[in-house]
Design a protein around this ligand. Structure first.
Ligand code: ATP
Ligand code: MG
Length: 544
């Protein structure tokens, strides 16, 4: 070490003096060097980390925002587990592969450029030979890349399946327990789990075999080079330089080939994300956004099917509802009642026909302009893992006054139980509202609809989970609520709808009867039959 330094510094009288100087400054120099190096390392890792985390955040945001605007049909066709794993797993894949790729690409490609230039300088002939075998390596690398990509896509799908099965088992844990689903669930899970392991191993095999093959190809190259050297009789110093450069070239090249797997992994994950991001949002081409509407609703020859054309759920429905009118919809399960009302806020696009609100097609309203006038208490009550208050004053209602919220709670007959909760309105309701009873949840969702105070109201089985006592209370509240607004009310319990302005009876996607309660009873048709059945049920319930 010292001899080399001596050589560099140069011999002479001042040698001792210089050596002393070097000895004194050397430790500091080393320290400085490592500080600079450490700083450089820190900055580059931090920089890469910053890019990776920002990419993750940005991709997550893009996917999530897209989820919020995708049509209902999109969610009907996919499992939420698959969609969840895109936000968690796939996004991570993109980021981790991107950072590996960038680091290797910058460092290694610079090294490679430098070494190649050096090789060309030492011996163009040899270099040409080396560059001939490069495409062969590239060909093999590319072939392996295709293999990786296939594996990776499957691995991502399997991760989605794992999420889905776990999610289902967690959400349905009571059903799993009661119906002895433990064996079935664990079998299902273990199968996927094992498949995922096998697939990962297959990927590993492909990656490591890929490394081996690349090494082998390089070995052929080196052997060829040595053979050529003896042929063209190159100077020894050049030979040493050339071989050194070639050996140095191998590891960055090797890394560049594994980078391919990283790129493929990122690309596969990225593709699945961009398929979501490029997925078409709900059509929102209308521009009308009136401050107020009167609430006249008209269905004109509306037909609709969930799977485009085949198997219509609604067939040529025509119906008009005056502002403030209460329309009750009854009919057998599966006759299309929920479907009919779900078309109003444009959850689905019509196959044919038109729906008009205040004489204007619902397509002419902007989605926001349409939906702000419609309130919904749906068949499946959805609560968020937040406070009672936040669940009632949700979204656009967030800045409602506490007074208004209290009033809504009172009208929904929920005051009693809300006040009995440990923190009143500030009580957390648990995941999807599990800490509340079914009827309590329903009353909160009614309070939410009350608070919105919109001219059009949709009640889908709003009182189905309530006991007769609460139902009576709510019934009074609902009747108050229904005044002065156009209401569509769907119920199996006929007592809920006897007071409606009009009743329509649906069967297999058609309106088969329409009229007032008393008139329909007098006609002795379908409604009368339903009513008879219902009343004998009610009698049985009340006496039994
Ligand atoms: N998201 C969906 N995708 C595909 N088909 C659906 C979907 N929702 C409902 N259907 C089908 O459409 C038909 C009508 O369903 P709908 O929910 O409108 O019935 P309903 O009258 O509200 O019944 P219920 O009284 O049981 O609530 C059913 O045959 C059902 O299988
Ligand atoms: Mg329904």
């Amino acid at each position: 070490m010292m001899t080399i330094l001596t050589e560099i510094v140069g011999a002479g009288d001042e040698l001792d003096e210089r050596q002393a100087l070097i000895k004194r400054w050397m430790p500091l120099g080393v320290l400085l060097l490592f500080i600079v190096r450490g700083l450089g390392n820190f900055l580059s890792s931090f920089g890469m980390g910053w890019i990776a985390r920002t990419t993750v955040k940005e991709l997550r945001r893009m996917v999530f925002e897209r989820y919020l605007v995708l049509p209902t049909r999109f969610f009907d066709q996919r499992s939420s587990g698959q969609l969840l794993s895109k936000v968690t797993y796939d996004v991570g894949q993109v980021a981790s592969s991107a950072s590996t790729v960038v680091i290797t690409l910058i460092k290694d490609s610079l090294t490679i450029v430098f070494l190649v230039a050096f090789m060309l300088y030492l011996s163009p002939q040899l270099s040409v030979f080396v560059f001939v075998i490069a495409p062969i390596i590239a060909g093999i690398v590319r072939y392996l890349g295709v293999l990786f990509r296939r594996h990776n896509k499957r691995i991502q799908e399997l991760v989605g399946d794992i999420t889905r099965i776990t999610q289902e088992a967690l959400e349905a844990h009571k059903i799993v327990k009661i119906f002895g689903g433990r064996e079935y669930e664990s079998k299902r899970f273990n199968e996927i789990n094992e498949r995922s392991r096998k697939m990962q191993l297959r990927l590993l095999t492909a990656t490591s075999a890929g490394d081996g093959i690349n090494m082998l190809v390089s070995a052929f190259g080196i052997a060829g080079v040595i053979a050529l050297i003896s042929l063209i009789e190159l100077e020894v110093s050049r030979v040493t330089g050339f071989i050194t450069a070639m050996v140095l070239l191998m590891s960055p090249l090797k890394r560049l080939t594994t980078i391919n797997a990283a790129i493929q992994r990122g690309v596969a994950a990225g593709e699945s994300l961009f398929r979501i991001i490029d997925e078409e949002a709900e059509r929102d081409s209308g521009t009308e956004n009136p401050e107020q509407i009167s609430g006249r609703v008209e269905f004109r020859n509306v037909s609709f099917g969930y799977s485009g054309g085949k198997g219509s759920v609604l067939k040529d429905i025509s119906l008009s509802v005056e502002p403030g009118e209460t329309l009750a919809i009854v009919g057998r399960s599966g006759s299309g009642k929920s479907t009919l009302v779900s078309l109003l806020p444009r959850f689905y696009e019509l196959d044919s026909g038109q729906i008009l609100i205040d004489g204007l097609s619902i397509d002419d309203y902007s989605l926001e302009g349409l939906r702000r006038h419609i309130s919904l208490v749906s068949q499946e009550v959805t609560l968020f893992n937040d406070t009672v208050e936040a669940n009632i004053a949700y979204g656009g209602l967030a800045d409602s006054s506490t007074e208004a919220i209290r009033k809504a709670v009172r009208s929904a007959n929920a005051e009693g139980f809300v006040d009995a909760l440990p923190d009143g309105l500030a009580t957390m309701v648990g995941d999807r509202g599990v800490l509340l009873s079914g009827g309590q949840r329903q009353r909160l969702s009614i309070a939410r609809a009350l608070l919105k105070d919109s001219p059009i109201l949709i009640l889908d089985e709003a009182t189905s989970a309530l006991d007769t006592e609460s139902e009576r209370h709510i019934q009074a509240a609902l009747e108050q609520l229904m005044q002065n607004r156009t209401t569509f009310v769907i119920a199996h319990r006929l007592s809920t709808i006897e007071n409606a302005d009009r009743i329509i009876v649906m069967e297999e996607g058609r309106i088969i009867e329409s009229g007032k309660h008393a008139d329909l009873l007098a006609t002795g048709g379908h409604y009368a039959a339903l009513h008879r059945m219902q009343f004998s049920d009610d009698d049985a319930r009340e006496t039994g």
